[in-house]
Design a protein around this ligand. Structure first.
Ligand SMILES: C[S@@+](CC[C@H](N)C(=O)[O-])C[C@H]1O[C@@H](n2cnc3c(N)ncnc32)[C@H](O)[C@@H]1O
Length: 240
């Protein structure tokens, strides 16, 4: 799976995507992450990418031309591939594991990181396939949401994790949250690991884990037990 990130702050990506599972997935060619500096797509001699909002008000807005130029250049390089262009926006559909599984089906994902007051509306209307929010709060830019997306999708690429079975049991991957984990020592400050986990009885351990997972879901996220979560995303959007 390939990711093209369009951003005004490419240096932000150097650290977060260079460690652990994501680093290994990149090194093994399972995923590719290309970060495109939005300023390189500006026709302005000073590489300006933003402007004041029509109608007045504070802050600056990312101009449409450099964003269109960046995304169109990426699409032209890979005309044969199924790709999805995502605009990060606090008003977008809320990102979750259902969305992650859906997006993992694309060969290429193009990620547009907004900044300042936001992005010219024509990007949303005529360039992006969908808008995604990572939660009901406002960040300074779409770079951290892009990292969230790359990290969560990298885990879903076959072969990226050492233990595929572990991913199948992850929270939100089945019907709810995952069971608790313990490691050595068996007794830490008097707090003991549940006996059953030391028993070697795999059937009993699996049953214990299922019960604990259900109990954790009922206590922490009862909403996950109430109804199967519907696919929210481009299929649910009416405005394109
Ligand atoms: C300061 S925000 C703009 C907020 C905008 N004025 C509003 O009230 O909706 C700048 C950029 O950060 C990104 N961003 C901020 N919060 C986000 C969130 N919760 N999810 C996804 N992207 C977000 C978006 O790309 C957005 O264009």
């Amino acid at each position: 799976m390939d990711f093209d990130v369009v951003t005004a702050f490419p240096a932000m990506f150097e650290g977060p995507l260079s460690h652990s599972i994501v680093r290994r997935a990149r090194a093994r060619g399972l995923i590719q992450v290309r970060v495109h500096d939005l300023r390189n797509f500006s026709a302005d001699p000073h590489h300006k990418i933003d402007d004041a909002p029509y109608g007045g008000g504070g802050g600056m807005v990312l101009a449409p031309a450099p964003i269109f130029a960046a995304v169109e250049a990426i699409r032209e390089r890979h005309p044969e591939e199924s790709s999805r262009t995502i605009l990060f926006c606090p008003q977008g559909a809320r990102y979750d594991q259902v969305q992650a599984r859906r997006l993992a089906g694309y060969r290429r994902v193009i990620l547009i990181c907004g900044r300042y007051e936001g992005v010219d509306e024509r990007v949303r209307l005529h360039l992006a396939d969908e808008e995604i929010s990572i939660g009901d709060y406002v960040l300074t830019g779409g770079e951290i949401p892009a990292m969230v997306l790359v990290d969560s999708l990298a885990r879903l690429v076959p072969g990226a994790l050492g233990d595929e079975e572990a991913a199948r049991n992850d929270s939100f991957s089945a019907d709810g949250l995952e069971h608790p984990h313990y490691t050595r020592p068996a007794d830490f400050r008097g707090w003991k690991v549940p006996e059953i986990l030391l028993s070697g009885n795999h059937q009993a351990i699996a049953a214990w884990r299922r019960a604990r997972a259900l109990e954790a879901t009922a206590r922490k996220r009862p909403d996950l037990l109430k109804a199967p979560r519907a696919l929210s995303g481009p299929e649910a959007r009416q405005d394109h």
